[in-house]
Design a protein around this ligand. Sequence first.
Ligand code: IVH
Length: 669
Amino acid sequence: MSAKKTPKAEAAALRAEIREHNRRYYELEAPTISDAEFDALLARLKALEAAHPELRSPDSPTEKVGGAVASSFAPVKHARPMLSLDNTYNEEEIRDWNDRVLKQLPAGDAPRYVLEQKLDGLSCALTYEDGRFVRAATRGDGETGEDVTENARFVGNVPERLKPAKFAIPKTLEIRGEVVLFFDDFNKINEEEQRAGREPFVNPRNCASGSLRQKDPRVTKSRRLTFFVHSYGDWKPDHDFAGHAEFLEGCRRMGFSVEPFTKAKSIDEVVARYNEFRDGGAAKLPYAVDGLVVKVDSFAQQKRLGFTAKSPRWAVAFKYPAQQATSVVRDVEFSVGRTGTITPVAKVEPVFCAGVTISSVTLHNFEEIERLGVRVGDRVLIERAGEVIPKVVKVVEKAKKGSPIAPPSKCPDCGAPVVKEEGLVAYRCDNPSCPAQLRRTLEHFASRPAMDIVGLGDAAVDQLVAKNLVKDAADIYGLKKEQLLELELFADKKADNLLAQIEASKAKTLDRVLFALGIRHVGEKTAETIAERMDLDALMNAAAADFQAVPDVGPVVAESLHAFFSSKTGKDLIGRLRKAGLTMTKPERVIASGAPFSGMTFVFTGELKLGTRDEAEELVKSLGGKASSSVSSKTTYVVAGEAAGSKLKKAQALGVKVLTEEQFRELAK
Ligand code: IVH
């Protein structure tokens, strides 16, 4: 910003810039600057307007909340505006906020605070009439949002009907909260997007927003979104509750998910808790948060404090510094995925960011490289949020003589020509027998949610492919002990173990095999839905339309399945797997009603001591229950063994009941 500009010209320039960033954030879901940079622009504009009141205007972005309504959804006028929160970034600012709060409350009426995570998702308002879900709206510009009712029905934990509570649930009730996407689901979606040659989502928030605002609600369903309550609209909960913490408990009783919150008695405690979360807790959460929200608990005190035009005075965001660092791009490598997609990966000078040392950063695809304008030698800003793969946000310093990054003309692994399909973003290795693709395919085939062949990990696959012992998944079943013993990795016992694992995998049901085959667009859930309805012969003889008749299967997935099962390679592979002795039976789901686990879904996580995971899952199925590999709000129990990690955290976050292994065994007796 030039220092010579008049305040009027500077304010006009800032407004235009802020409006453009608002448009990119809310409408295009493709922000080009970080939240902190955006806040700095807004703060500069606020300061200008404060110093020159004649520059103030009701349509300035300082007076309004960001987004505009996208045209394809019907507009919904909010009963009360959906406001924003003021941001603070350090101890001094949060103490200033607290001083303002104290000044407005009678002396001696010191507030208590509720601390919540500031969820990095999108706000949504849910309306209930007579306890039934009737409407969902996005925030939009704060006054008017978009009607996303049909899509919100597919947000797993949005209750269709409220559970009776101890208080009288009003006839009309509007709950507000944040729709978020867990990191593990986000990473899966992005892998899928890249495999399909589409642009990956920049972060879980954009992905959640895009997923909720889909034309086809079935896409929303497949994205596994989660809604956490944080506030309310059309409701006066002060009739029933003394404050915010009680309100949240009330919501939990009605059947909503409420993220874990804590209470603090003083601002010193707030600061201590903030430091604790910022330095550890926040990075371990299974979803993205960008700070804490500090709320005065008491509704009576909230009333005294009131609102400004934009935000409540009784609440404030206490943001974490962005998990970003800068480093220099030293080189670019190209990794080849299972379907041949080539992903450029920047090799950077090792840098410490968000608790880990980063030396590889994804550049997603070549359009992204162009958008960023990045070259080898440039200094770049890197961001890492939770378990999301680190990425480059922007170039911060151009190298004097940077080398441009061009797509390789040959596959880095097999040397075959690289092609770009019409209309798709990704470049792909065109060689179906590319060893890199084969390695990824075999790793996927043997992975836990697929055939679960323990001992056939990356290292073993590398050696088997290098020695030409395995050319496709069916070859795994022809492996002999002598062949394994020739490989560095296998001594006597290990070879026996692997062969036993391979043998055991022959009994895997059709859903697992279908997923293991790695057919494009066919994920775990899709494979299960299809295998429950079609046996192997039906799959082999189906037309694309037959696949599309299965619930949740759209035209792209149907076409991909049909292409595989009607191809010579597909037919041969299935024929050889059959010959090798794979049973590929339909998954058993017809269980007598009244079975003890009927209607229940179990997820096992961590190391089990009292039996293998397979055996525990079989036990669940034999008692009429379902075993799943991922936790959602529909999970009945998570059984946590030793060293349980992100699934346990997700269960706790969603309020899913957690059992020890012993408790599970007791339940199954
Ligand atoms: S309270 C009156 N609590 O942050 C404001 N908001 O910058 C009521 N957000 O639009 C919001 N986590 O979408 C509240 N624990 C939390 C939140 C939260 C995320 C979002 C919310 C709001 C935005 C404000």
